[in-house]
Design a binder for this molecule. Structure first.
Ligand code: HEM
Length: 505
C-alpha cells in the first residue's frame, strides 16, 4: 500500500518539477529550432548555468554571452527556476514589446521586504499609483531641473575625496549615497549617521545583509521560498533580528526628518522658491496640499526615499568604479580623457559646471562603452507574466519568468562593430549601433519604466570622474588583478574590490 502511495507521490513530483516545465521548454525549442537553446537543470535551474559559468570563466554571464556569439541565429535561452520556465531573450523586437507593455508583468522583489522597504516606491508600484508617482518625480529628474544639483554634487565629491577608503568602490558609494540623501532631504540630512556609521554606508550594508539573510544559506533561501515576507517575523535568527532593528532605525530616521519638515512648513510655509525644492519639499507640497490628488501618504514618502537610495546609490557608484577599472586597464584612454578635461574644465580643482557637461563628449562616450561591456543592472530586469501572452510568435504562459537580456545584445557583432574591442570613442560615431530599434543598448532600460534617474546618474558619474582624474592616477594592483572575477549579485561587478587603486599624482 505504502509503496503505491510512494510511487504515486514520486510520479506527481516528477511530473510537476521536471516533466511539465521540460515539455513547455521543448515545445518552444521544437518551434524555434536554432533560434532557441535549452539549458534545463531539474529543480535547481538557472543558478547551475550561472555558477558553472563563474567556475569556468570567472564570470557569471560569460557562458550566456558565448551562446549568442557562437550561434548568430539564437534569440532565446530556455532555462528554469525551480519548476517555472525562465526565458532569457536576446531579441530586441521582443524585448521592446515587453518593455512597452509593462502592465502585463510583475517585478520580483529580490529583497523580500516589500512592505517595509521599497514596496510603496516607484520601482515596485504599478497601475495608477505608479503613474502618479512617476508624474510627481518626472519634473525634478528632468535634466534642466537637475542642473541645480550640480554645485551640491561637486561639493560632496570634493569633501569625500579628502577621506581615505579601502577601495575605489567604497569612495564612489559614499559619494553617490550622500548625493541621493541630499537630493531627497536637502542639507539638513548632510553627513547623517545610522547604526553608528555614515548613513549611506549603513543603508548599503543593510541591503547587503538582507540579501545575505535570503541567499547566503539554504535555511534563509527556503524560508524565503516558503514564508515570503513572513520570513522576518517567524522565528527570526540573529541576523534577521538585527535586520529588523536596523530597518526600524532607518524608517524612524526618515520619519523624523519628514515630521520636522512638516512642522516647519506648517509654521513658516515653504521658505525656498520652487526651483530650490528638494525631493521632500516636492512630496510634501503634494501631501499637505488641499487636493493631494495622488493620495500620497507619509509611509509612501519614506518608501520613495529608500527606493531612490537603493536604485541610485549602488548603480551609480558601481558604474563610476567600473569606469576607473577600465581607465586602469587603458592608460591611453586615461590620457585622452585628462586632455579633454583640461581643455573643457581646466586643470585646477574648480567645479564642473553645467555648461561643461555637454562638451565632455569623449568622457560621455567612454561611460557608454563601459555600460555596454559591463552592464551592471542586468539581473533586476526579470519579469513574471501576469497572464498568458503572445510575443510575436512566442507563446508565454501566466507565471513564466522572462529576462530581457540586453547584456547579450550588447555583446554581438549583429549590433556592434568589433564588439569585443573596448573602444572608448565608439559612441562618438554617428551610427554606433548597426541595427537599432531603440531596445538594443539599454543599460537604463527603455520604455515607460526606464530609469528615471539616468540623467542624474550620468551627470554625477562625470563629476566624480572629473575630480578623481584631476587628482589621482588609477593603477591595477598586479597581485590582485590576477584573481579578477565578474560576479552578478544584485548588480554585476568586479572583484576583488582592491584590484585597482587610486594613487595621488
Ligand atoms: C548608472 C546608474 C544607473 C543605472 C545603470 C540604472 C539602471 C536602471 C534600470 C535598468 C532600471 C529598470 C529596472 C527595472 O525595470 O526593473 C532602472 C529603474 C529605476 N531607476 Fe535607475 N539606474 C541608475 C541610476 C539611478 C539613479 C541615480 C536613480 C535615482 C536617484 C535611479 C532611480 C530609478 C528608479 C526610481 C527606477 C524605477 C523607475 C520606474 O519603474 O518607473 N536610478 N534603473
Amino acid at each position: 500500500m505504502y509503496i503505491y502511495i510512494g510511487i504515486g507521490v514520486s510520479l506527481i513530483l516528477l511530473y510537476t518539477l521536471v516533466i511539465k516545465p521540460l515539455i513547455s521548454l521543448l515545445l518552444i525549442k521544437i518551434k524555434f529550432g536554432k533560434q532557441a537553446k535549452i539549458i534545463f537543470y531539474p529543480i535547481v535551474g538557472d543558478i547551475m548555468e550561472i555558477e558553472g559559468s563563474f567556475k569556468k570563466y570567472n564570470d557569471h554571464y560569460e557562458s550566456l554571452r558565448r551562446y549568442f556569439t557562437e550561434n548568430k541565429d539564437l534569440k532565446f535561452i530556455l532555462l528554469n527556476v525551480f519548476k517555472t520556465p525562465l526565458i532569457l531573450i536576446g531579441d530586441p523586437e521582443i524585448n521592446k514589446m515587453i518593455h512597452q507593455d509593462h502592465e502585463n508583468y510583475k517585478k520580483i522583489d529580490f529583497l523580500n521586504n516589500n512592505s517595509r522597504l521599497m514596496g510603496q516606491g516607484l520601482l515596485y508600484q504599478s497601475g495608477q499609483k505608479w503613474k502618479s508617482q512617476r508624474k510627481l518625480l518626472g519634473k525634478p529628474f528632468d535634466y534642466d531641473k537637475l542642473k541645480a544639483r550640480i554645485p551640491m554634487m561637486n561639493q560632496v565629491v570634493k569633501q569625500k575625496l579628502k577621506n581615505t577608503y579601502n577601495n575605489p568602490l567604497d569612495l564612489t558609494r559614499s559619494i553617490a549615497g550622500e548625493v541621493v540623501i541630499q537630493t531627497f532631504f536637502g542639507q539638513e540630512a548632510q553627513n547623517a549617521q545610522l547604526n553608528n556609521r555614515e548613513a549611506q554606508a549603513e543603508i548599503v550594508e543593510l541591503f547587503n545583509d538582507v540579501a545575505e539573510a535570503i541567499y547566503g544559506s539554504v535555511y534563509g533561501f527556503l524560508k524565503w521560498m516558503i514564508l515570503g515576507e513572513k520570513q522576518w517575523k517567524l522565528f527570526p535568527n540573529k541576523l534577521e533580528r538585527d535586520i529588523n532593528r536596523r530597518i526600524d532605525e532607518l524608517t524612524q530616521f526618515a520619519r523624523k526628518v519628514i515630521d520636522n519638515r512638516i512642522t516647519s512648513i506648517k509654521q513658516e510655509g515653504f521658505k525656498k522658491n520652487q526651483d530650490d525644492f528638494d525631493f521632500l519639499d516636492i512630496h510634501l507640497q503634494e501631501f499637505l496640499g488641499s487636493k493631494n490628488e495622488s493620495g500620497i501618504t507619509k509611509d509612501e514618502i519614506i518608501s520613495q526615499f529608500i527606493t531612490l537610495f537603493f536604485a541610485g546609490t549602488d548603480t551609480t557608484s558601481s558604474v563610476a568604479a567600473m569606469c576607473l577599472f577600465y581607465l586602469a586597464q587603458n592608460p591611453d584612454v586615461y590620457d585622452a580623457l585628462i586632455k579633454e578635461l583640461e581643455n573643457v574644465v581646466g586643470d585646477g580643482d574648480g567645479d564642473v559646471l553645467d555648461q561643461h557637461l555637454p562638451k565632455l563628449q569623449e568622457l560621455n562616450s567612454f561611460i557608454w562603452e563601459v555600460l555596454r561591456v559591463r552592464n551592471p543592472a542586468s539581473g533586476p530586469l526579470v519579469r513574471v507574466a501576469k497572464q498568458d501572452l503572445v510575443l510575436k510568435d512566442l507563446h508565454i504562459k501566466k507565471g513564466w519568468i522572462l529576462m530581457p537580456a540586453n547584456f547579450v545584445q550588447q555583446q554581438t557583432d549583429k549590433y556592434f562593430e568589433n564588439f569585443k574591442e573596448f573602444d572608448h570613442k565608439r559612441f562618438l560615431k554617428a551610427q554606433a549601433i548597426k541595427e537599432d530599434n531603440g531596445y538594443v543598448n539599454i543599460p537604463f532600460s527603455a520604455g515607460p519604466r526606464n530609469c528615471i534617474g539616468q540623467h542624474m546618474a550620468l551627470m554625477e558619474i562625470k563629476i566624480i570622474l572629473c575630480h578623481i582624474l584631476r587628482t589621482f592616477k588609477v593603477i591595477t594592483v598586479p597581485d590582485k588583478i590576477k584573481d579578477l572575477k565578474w560576479r552578478a549579485k544584485f548588480l554585476y561587478f568586479y572583484e576583488p574590490l582592491d584590484c585597482i587603486q587610486l594613487v595621488k599624482k
